[in-house]
Write a protein that binds this ligand. Structure first.
Ligand SMILES: [Zn+2]
Length: 97
């Protein structure tokens, strides 16, 4: 079991030097590209490929957070502290579709 924080730390240990040299804007573009690849994998319905792409999306998001100095786990739990941030319920009771 690895927490979001530990996963982000792993990405830091593996890629921080390269990520920081690449910079925020280019790293963001990589994240966007990986989201596109995830979309194509979903359209193909290829579960193995979908799993690879969700891993890449998470990895690039963690990389982006590393160079922005953001703790991803802290950001996620600050916004989603266990209830829906809009209606305060769990499960969400917002009237949206
Ligand atoms: Zn809600």
């Amino acid at each position: 079991m690895v927490t979001i924080r530990e996963f982000q730390q792993l990405m830091r240990e593996l890629y921080y030097e390269r990520d920081s040299r690449r910079g925020v804007e280019k790293t963001y573009m990589w994240l966007v590209q990986e989201v596109g690849e995830l979309g194509r994998a979903i359209l193909k319905g290829d579960l193995k490929n979908i799993k690879e792409e969700v891993a890449d999306v998470l990895a690039w998001l963690a990389s982006l957070c590393n160079i922005l100095g953001i703790d991803l786990e802290d950001a996620a739990l600050s916004k989603y502290p266990g209830v829906c941030p809009k209606c305060g319920s769990k499960p969400c009771r917002c009237q949206v579709h």
